[in-house]
Write a new protein. Structure first.
Length: 98
């Protein structure tokens, strides 16, 4: 561990004990433990966010592929094309009214 032997670690522990005292060491330990736990939680949240973003990108790719397919179908069927044009006009009117 960092090239430190047992004696060096005991000396460091003794110095820490002299500086902070026996009463403060449990408080310091709890504080460090809480900080480490919080760090792990943040790390986990960030990794989950990255996974969600990747899933959203895949979903967007799939939607764009579906949209392209729908456009091709619409171009082939004139009645559907006219119906979508009417729907778009109705949506524009709704937006103007609101």
């Amino acid at each position: 561990m960092f090239g430190l032997g047992t004696t060096e670690l005991l000396i460091i522990a003794g110095i820490i004990l002299l500086i902070f005292g026996a009463k403060r060491l449990p408080e310091i330990g709890r504080g460090l433990g809480g900080a480490i736990k919080e760090f792990r939680n943040v790390k986990k949240d960030l990794s989950l966010d990255e996974k969600k973003e990747a899933a959203n990108e895949k979903a967007e790719e799939k939607k764009s592929l579906e949209d392209k397919l729908v456009e091709k179908v619409v171009e082939d069927i004139p009645i559907v094309k006219e119906g979508l044009a009417v729907k778009r006009k109705a949506d524009k009117i709704k937006k103007l009214i609101e």
